[in-house]
Structure formats: structure tokens, C-alpha cells
Design a protein around this ligand. Structure first.
Ligand code: EPU
Length: 361
């Protein structure tokens, strides 16, 4: 077992997909599980706050950086093993890039992750915010999370139910500084059919496969194409992809609030019929609204620029850094967008990406 390497004054901007923010006073690069425990102990022994950084695709680093120890999770690797029920247990180390995990599962003919193709970030982060797209979410296939409990320094194993998954949320997100995810186990179905249940994906697959029997690979590739058209695939040649994906979650409101939004949209002349406001039923008679729709209809145009930051020209829900900007500019734009939606629709948007913060161990 080697010692975890710890560097000083390390720029963090390049470790995030937004490319913004200041340096870490210290950065520990954990390439083995044991390094993670060592880094947590190192921070605790020295009274340093500790922050976690994984793929950096959902992280906002403040301009002042982080004056503590940033623990970079870089453990990689996976195993595949048959399960008693005929599925295959895909056990993946936290630092493994998620797009590789999805591609590999599809190449092996394992169904369950194909709609989650092209989502940047690392595997350990996926249960934290219950990553989802195109009708699938990690909670659908996840069976187990192994994590380090920072409060006891013990390893703990969570079953799927214990993770308390919800839309873009979990136990790990609600108690953000307590656990470090070490490994995720997904149960995938050999030879299973792809999940085609998101309207936009259904339309694309019907056009591509008139026989109605698309392969996992076709669905995987189509999802990537749909994401690319929205600037949601990392691509140095696409200036809209320097972002954190969706900057806000889709608001989940009561039936009464949803009705008020429809009435406001009609009163403002944005729609002629409340049914034209995109919405989806959620459990408990709650309603999910489309944040991207609300943003555009609040008068915030795709492609809007505020200095070095702006709204993606392809999708109103993504805020983009065009280079040479600051996190303060980005957060000011986020506030402008949220205030615009609040004024027109009376709905408060919540930020999706997390600010890199830490606590004393
Ligand atoms: N819409 C607009 N204008 C826009 C964007 C969207 O009017 O600029 C409307 C669309 O016409 C549609 C609705 O909003 O009626 C929903 O749009 P879309 O299908 O693009 O999905 P989304 O709700 O904006 C969510 C996820 C994405 C995920 C897609 C596909 C959240 C916060 N975002 O976006 O996830 O890829 O669905 O499943 O739930 C991410 O979390 O970073 C992310 C990219």
C-alpha cells in the first residue's frame, strides 16, 4: 500500500467542466481505496476542512478556491459477476469515468444504463444526485453502494433502499459531508431490451428503427446524439459544452402551484391553453415542471451573454463559461435567471451543481 500523494496550491478550474474557480491549498489524489482513508485522517489530524472532488462535471469552485484539503477520487476498475437472479453485478470503483461504464455495459450486451450514455463525471458521483436522463436513472439498477463514513472512519454498505433515492437526490446529497462513495454495484440484464420511454428518444428511435427493435448500442448512440445537439456532451470544439449540464433542477411543485404557473403563462400571453405548459405527474400528486421551458418563456434567451458567461445557445437550462470568466459572474447570471423565472412564474429554481465546500473532519 502506497501513501496518498498530497500536493500544495493546485489549480482546480481545469479539473471541472466549467473551467472556473481558484486553487486548492492542498490536493490529495486517491488512486487506491486506502488513500481515501489516509487523506481523511490527514485532514482530521491537521484540522483541515476536507472537500471531495470527483469528475468535476457537477461542481462549482469558488473564485477563492478551497483553503483546505481537496480529496480527488481517482480509483478506477470494475468486476462483472453473475447474480442468482440471472442479472450481472457490475461493481465499479468510484473514480471510474461514467461514460466508460455505460459504453462497456452496452458493448457487453448488458441492459440498464444505455440511456445514461455521454453523461460526464465519475461513477461514485452518480448515486449522490441519482443521475438520470432519457427515462432512466441510476436508482433503477443500483443495488449497493460501499462508502466510507467520515464520522466513524468505518466502511458501510448501503442497499438501494437505504440510499433514499429521489429525483436528483439521495441520502448522500442530503448529508453531503458524511460519506465518501468508494464503489457502486449495478445489476444489469444480459440480453435485455433497451429502455425507450422518453418521448424525445421514442421519436428518434422510431425514425431510426421502423421495426421497433433497436439495439442497446443504437439507443446508446442516439442518446449521445440527442445530448450533443443540446451541448450536453463534453467537446472542446463545442463552446456550449463548457458547462455543468443542467444548472437547475426541474421544479417539483404542488398541483395548486402548477395551476398558478399555467394561469400566469396564459395571462402573459405565452400559451393559449394551460396544457401547453410542459409538466409531468410525480408521486404524491406533485407536478414536475420543465426549468428550461420556464427560463426561455421568462424571456431569457438561449445564447444570452453576460461577459465571459452565458446561457447555452442550445439549451436554456445550461449556463456556459466562454473562457476567462469568474465564478462570481456565473453565480450572478444564475441569480438573474432564477429571479427572472420567479418574477414571471412565481417559481424558485434550485441550483443543481454543488459548490465545492468542506467541513472539518
Ligand atoms: N425546453 C425548452 N427550452 C429549452 C430546453 C428545454 O422549452 O431551452 C423544454 C423542452 O421543449 C421540453 C422540456 O423543456 O418540453 C424538457 O426538456 P429536455 O427534454 O431537454 O429535458 P430537461 O428536463 O431540460 C432533463 C435533465 C437532463 C437530461 C434530460 C433528458 C434535469 C435537471 N435535467 O433535462 O439532465 O439529460 O432531462 O432526460 O433533470 C443534467 O442533469 O445535467 C442533465 C443534462
Amino acid at each position: 500500500m502506497s501513501r496518498v500523494p498530497i500536493e500544495r496550491d493546485v489549480p482546480l478550474a481545469g479539473r471541472t467542466t466549467l473551467g472556473l474557480g481558484g486553487p486548492a491549498r492542498y490536493l490529495a489524489r486517491a488512486t487506491e481505496d486506502a488513500h481515501i482513508l489516509q487523506a481523511v485522517r490527514h485532514a482530521a489530524d491537521r484540522g483541515l476542512p476536507l472537500a471531495l472532488l470527483a469528475g468535476g462535471s457537477n461542481t462549482i469552485v469558488l473564485d477563492e478556491g478551497f483553503r483546505g484539503l481537496v480529496l480527488s477520487i481517482e480509483t478506477t476498475g470494475h468486476t462483472l459477476a453473475p447474480m442468482d437472479d440471472g442479472r450481472v453485478a457490475f461493481r465499479v470503483k468510484a473514480g471510474t469515468p461514467w461514460p466508460e461504464v455505460v459504453s462497456l455495459s452496452v458493448a457487453q450486451g448488458l441492459a440498464g444504463l444505455e440511456c445514461l450514455a455521454g453523461i460526464p463525471g465519475s461513477t461514485g458521483a452518480t448515486p449522490v444526485q441519482n443521475v438520470g436522463a432519457y427515462g432512466q436513472e441510476v436508482a433503477d439498477t443500483l443495488v449497493e453502494v460501499r462508502a466510507l463514513d467520515r464520522s466513524t472512519l468505518d466502511e458501510v454498505t448501503f442497499t438501494r433502499d437505504a440510499c433514499e433515492f429521489a429525483y436528483r437526490s439521495s441520502l448522500f446529497k442530503r448529508d453531503p459531508h458524511r460519506y465518501v462513495v468508494l464503489e457502486v454495484t449495478l445489476a444489469l440484464t444480459p440480453g435485455g431490451p433497451p429502455a425507450v420511454r422518453y418521448a424525445e428518444l421514442e421519436r428518434a428511435m422510431a425514425a431510426l428503427c421502423p421495426d421497433g427493435r433497436p439495439s442497446l448500442q443504437q439507443v446508446h448512440d442516439t442518446v449521445i446524439a440527442l445530448r450533443r445537439a443540446k451541448g450536453m456532451v463534453l467537446d472542446p470544439s463545442d463552446p456550449d459544452s463548457q458547462s455543468a449540464g443542467s444548472f437547475f433542477t426541474n421544479p417539483i411543485v404542488s398541483a395548486g402551484e402548477a395551476q398558478q404557473v399555467r394561469e400566469r403563462a396564459i395571462a402573459a400571453g405565452l400559451v393559449t391553453d394551460g396544457a401547453q405548459v410542459p409538466s409531468w405527474p410525480e408521486s404524491g400528486e406533485r407536478v414536475k415542471l420543465a426549468a428550461g421551458w420556464l427560463i426561455e418563456r421568462a424571456g431569457i434567451q438561449k445564447g444570452l451573454r453576460r461577459g465571459a458567461v452565458g446561457v447555452s445557445s442550445k439549451h436554456a437550462l445550461a449556463l456556459v463559461h466562454h473562457g476567462g470568466g469568474t465564478t462570481a459572474e456565473l453565480l450572478a447570471l444564475a441569480e438573474e435567471v432564477a429571479a427572472g423565472v420567479q418574477e414571471v412564474f412565481g417559481v424558485r429554481l434550485e441550483r443543481e451543481p454543488q459548490v465545492l465546500t468542506g467541513v472539518l473532519a
